[in-house]
Design a protein around this ligand. Structure first.
Ligand SMILES: [Zn+2]
Length: 70
């Protein structure tokens, strides 16, 4: 793989954003807006978590007291 191939194509994402998107933090919770079910990540790791409840994707909430959207 050539390095200069990776520099192009994804200009909007810097390293921090990739890390943020691909890291599963312990304590991160997901809530189902339909039934109120809450799932908490109890084991950290790297990957994409695609939780679905009631046929809809669960909404991630941050436990840091900062809400990005309501
Ligand atoms: Zn549900």
């Amino acid at each position: 793989m050539k390095n200069d191939e990776m520099e192009e194509g994804q200009p909007a994402w810097d390293l921090n954003e990739w890390e943020d998107a691909l890291t599963l933090r312990v304590g991160t919770t997901y809530v189902c807006r339909v039934c109120g079910n809450v799932v908490m990540v109890s084991k950290g790791g790297v990957g994409v978590l695609d939780l679905v409840c009631c046929g809809k994707p669960m909404e991630q909430t941050r436990a840091r007291g900062r809400e990005e959207r309501r």
